[in-house]
Ligand binder design. Structure first.
Ligand SMILES: [Zn+2]
Length: 246
């Protein structure tokens, strides 16, 4: 390197620390950086539905008692919720407090000639997330766009943190279809589950309120008193809890 070149580098270096020269160069970099951040931020927000960020979803109210906790698209599982679980013979788990009534209901259904089992009981948030991801993937495979697939999936699968299965108070009951029909099991449950404290949580006529499509297999424990009142009045859990408020 010649002395002349050294001198030039030295001069440039010196100039870059010169206050007068700092302003335009750093300012342009700063603006470019901000624009880039805004573009990235906008892209992330566009790709993420607000509801999956759990913004504006309140924690569920537990003041009406453990059996009347309302968890849905507006109310999420309280943080640290950790029920004591009882494992069923097929490995599914439920809140220990509902186990005796669940067993009684199954004994009576079997005595009536039905063959049924709990396909899904308690789920962790991670398990709920996995189910959601798989459902979205299913719709994407059918050719729906990312946002369409998410929207469709959320009609059938509760957003993680908002599934009743995470409470341990809900069970999906299926028929052993080699021995009896699903319809026979669903009909028996619709008629009798309330006697054991369980309600059909997502009836077809309440989709507007629950936000979940008809699920004749999904039963939620609310206790025999509430279940009898709901069976009698035809109110869903959202409506029932609303009219309990002073
Ligand atoms: Zn379910």
């Amino acid at each position: 390197m010649t002395d002349k070149a050294k001198g030039r580098i030295g001069k440039v270096k010196y100039k870059s620390y010169n206050k007068k020269k700092w302003f335009p160069r750093q300012f342009v970099k700063l603006i470019a950086g901000l624009v880039l951040l805004m573009v990235l931020g906008y892209t992330v927000v566009q790709m993420t539905p607000l509801r999956s960020l759990n913004l504006g979803i309140e924690e569920a109210d537990t003041s009406l008692g453990w059996n009347l906790i309302l968890v849905n698209k507006d109310y999420k599982i309280p943080s640290g919720y950790d029920p004591e679980l009882t494992e069923l013979s097929n490995g599914q788990k439920v809140d220990s407090r509902i186990y005796p009534q669940l067993q009684k209901m199954f004994d009576d259904a079997r005595a009536a000639g039905l063959e049924l089992f709990v396909r899904e009981g308690y789920r962790t948030t991670q398990e709920q997330q996995k189910i959601m991801d798989e459902k979205i993937e299913e719709y994407r495979a059918e050719g729906y766009s990312n946002s369409e697939a998410k929207e469709l999936a959320e009609k059938y699968v509760a957003i993680p943190g908002t599934s009743e299965h995470q409470l341990g108070l809900s069970v999906d009951i299926n028929a052993d279809t080699s021995k009896c029909s699903s319809d026979a099991v669903y009909a028996w449950l619709a008629e009798n589950a309330y006697k054991y404290g369980f309600i059909k949580r997502y009836p077809s006529e309440k989709v507007e309120i629950t936000g979940i499509n008809n699920e004749p297999w999904h039963y939620r424990y609310v206790g025999t008193e509430a279940a009898a009142q709901m069976q009698e009045s035809g109110l869903c859990l959202e409506e029932y809890i609303e009219q309990l408020k002073p």
